[in-house]
Design a binder for this molecule. Structure first.
Ligand code: TXA
Ligand code: MG
Length: 354
């Protein structure tokens, strides 16, 4: 690992290269002129937040170590947590990895542009800081016109983690981005609300059996069907709170405290009717103590909607000054499993079994 970087990533350290936290953050639209302006910022080594179909990304030139370093500084992100490199065309994958396998080609053809990140071996052109020192790199072609136009105009792949302060819920609109990043980045492209609402499915393509390292809207089953073979799930993702198995997730980002609102969050698990009744009782009890309560619950079968709304609602609860957020758990199947991956972290595994 790059020790200079890990030192620089301690939150109290002053920023590098004169980057400060009271810079003016420009709000851009998606016109050709605005995209060109954003691309110039990227080319100069600056930071631009941009919309994707999943969540907003915080972009810098993926091949410029100094530029990527400033992403970590702006987010307060641990330096061993690699970024995803965004490309504009499937062919750009060849510039980043020494071998594009038949499986990689199949997934790219089926799911790109779209909410899927492939972990592949990296070429030397990809700097250490972009991959958190790993010899692999995550690559994704986003399904958002402004995002792809930006990558094309910048003429370089763009490294972009989600555009939130590290540990906070991911941003699904430009307002959420500004809440965390105003004054810390050069610009944000306001492209409206993200359609998917949770981050991309991360699939590791470097082993014999492809494996999901972060669940998303595209499930292991869908990816497996396209490949005609089984796709595994990183066993660390299936660990229950309190398990002593010692499994460590392969995606470094999965091991950190994450997606946490300011409010305390409680996740209720059980039969839908029982959960709803219990949430109402607890709501009344908290309110009787003078606490502000937000309730988040989704209809059964509404997992896609839950993915779309969850981060937005959590951020809204904070904005409304909620002290406590009461949330009904989803069934951990298909997209429900992916949303629950976020809900559990947001709640800090604070679970009430009803
Ligand atoms: O939808 C998304 O993926 C969004 C948008 C902006 O594209 N990006 C995003 O980036 O969620 P980020 O940095 O918040 O999450 C990236 C995840 C982390 O869990 C990270 O550890 C994992 O992907 N990751 C990236 N490169 C990796 C690698 N080479 N090996 C294992 N995990 C990797
Ligand atoms: Mg993130």
């Amino acid at each position: 690992m790059n020790t200079a970087l890990s030192r620089a990533c301690r939150p109290a350290k002053p920023p590098l290269r004169g980057r400060n936290i009271d810079m003016k953050t420009k709000i851009l639209g998606t016109t050709e002129h605005d995209i060109a302006e954003a691309a110039e910022i990227i080319k100069r080594g600056g930071l631009v937040a941009f919309p994707t179909e999943t969540v907003y990304g915080l972009g810098a030139d993926a091949l410029d170590p100094e530029a990527v370093r400033s992403i970590y500084l702006a987010k307060g992100r641990p330096s061993d947590n690699p970024t995803i490199v965004h490309i504009a065309e499937p062919e750009d994958l060849k510039r980043l990895t020494p071998e594009v396998t038949a499986d990689m080609e199949t997934l790219a053809a089926e799911f790109w542009p779209g909410p899927m990140t492939m972990i592949v071996r990296r070429m030397p052109v990809v700097p250490d800081v972009t991959t958190g020192g790993l010899d692999t790199v995550g690559v994704r072609m986003p399904a958002n016109d402004a995002a792809r136009a930006l990558i094309k105009a910048a003429g370089t792949p763009i490294a972009a983690p989600s555009a939130n302060i590290s540990g906070k819920p991911s941003p699904t609109n430009a307002r959420d981005v500004l809440e965390d990043m105003d004054g810390r980045i050069d610009a944000v492209i306001d492209g409206g609300t993200c359609g998917v609402g949770i981050e991309s499915t991360v699939i590791d393509m470097t082993e014999e059996m492809p494996m999901i390292l972060r669940p998303g809207i595209l499930t292991a089953e869908e990816l497996g069907n396209a490949l005609g073979k089984e796709v595994g799930i990183d066993p660390a993702l299936l660990k229950k709170p309190g398990d002593q198995t010692g499994l460590v997730p392969k995606a470094p980002g999965q091991k950190y405290k994450h997606y946490a609102p300011n409010a305390e969050m409680i996740l209720y698990k059980g039969r839908a009717a029982d959960v709803a009744a219990r949430i109402e009782r607890d709501r009344a009890a908290f309110e009787a103590e003078g606490k502000r309560v937000a309730v988040i619950s989704f209809d059964e079968g509404g997992e896609k909607q839950a993915a779309h709304d969850f981060f937005t609602l959590v951020r809204q609860a904070d904005r409304d000054g909620a002290d406590v957020i009461l949330t009904a758990a989803l069934r951990e199947e298909g997209i429900g499993f992916s949303v629950m991956n976020r809900m559990l972290k947001s709640a800090g595994y604070n679970i009430v079994e009803v």
